[in-house]
Each structure stands twice: as structure tokens, then as C-alpha cells.
Design a protein around this ligand. Structure first.
Ligand code: FES
Length: 122
């Protein structure tokens, strides 16, 4: 079982949701996955899965259409080139200045799960 950005204590305000099969994710391009009304950009890199908000914080373009850098663990917005850290969500380059939300993920028996705030807890 692989954990990314996993909190150490159980949080009753967080729920685990299935994202997809691990085989549905490619190593070089993120995948856009929508759960309820939340749009996520999901990247599989070296056995770990990273889930961040899909919308660039600069101008609301989908990050899932841009490349990831597996060595730096970053994602680049295709529109104006801002880079974000997939681990922390931090905006690393202009023109974006605000961070992305990141979400803990878990891989279990070939399935990918994400931990999201329960409805009404966001
Ligand atoms: S919309 Fe992403 S950098 Fe401008």
C-alpha cells in the first residue's frame, strides 16, 4: 500500500473515495478525474499517485492538459507555463502565485483512492 500526503491521524471530516484503477493512469500525462463537483488532476509517478486541483490558480485552465516533470514532481500549466509542486501544491513559477489544493492518495490492490473533505466540511 502506497500513501502520498497521508495524514497520520484519522480525520472524521475526510472520506476515502475511489479514483480509478492504477492501470488507468499513464506515467507521462496527468488524468482529469471528476468526483462530485471536484475536478482533480491525477498523476502517477514512480509508484506514487498525486492528486491536485485540476484548475490552474492563475486563470482556471485545466492542468491535466499539461505535462508533469517526474524528476521534479511538478506539473506545468499548458496555457502560460506556471509550474506547481505536486506534493505541496505550491506555485513555483509565475504567473501563478496561489497554491493548488493537494489531496492524500492511497493505492490498494491496483485501485487508487483519494481522501477528500466530506460534503459540508470544505
Ligand atoms: S492559466 Fe495557468 S499559468 Fe495562466
Amino acid at each position: 500500500m502506497a500513501l502520498v500526503n497521508q495524514q497520520s491521524e484519522p480525520n472524521p471530516a475526510i472520506e476515502r473515495r475511489r479514483l480509478c484503477a492504477l492501470n488507468d493512469l499513464s506515467a507521462d500525462m496527468p488524468k482529469r478525474i471528476i468526483i462530485d463537483d471536484l475536478k482533480l488532476s491525477v498523476s502517477s509517478i514512480n509508484g506514487a499517485v498525486y492528486a491536485v486541483n485540476d484548475m490552474c490558480t492563475h486563470a482556471n485552465y485545466s492542468l491535466s492538459e499539461g505535462p508533469v516533470n517526474p524528476e521534479e514532481l511538478t506539473i506545468e500549466c499548458w496555457k502560460h507555463g506556471a509550474e506547481f509542486c505536486l506534493v505541496s501544491g505550491k506555485a513555483l513559477t509565475l504567473p501563478a502565485t496561489r497554491p493548488l489544493n493537494t489531496f492524500a492518495t492511497e493505492i490498494e490492490s491496483g485501485e487508487v483512492f483519494v481522501y477528500l473533505p466530506k460534503k459540508g466540511q470544505q
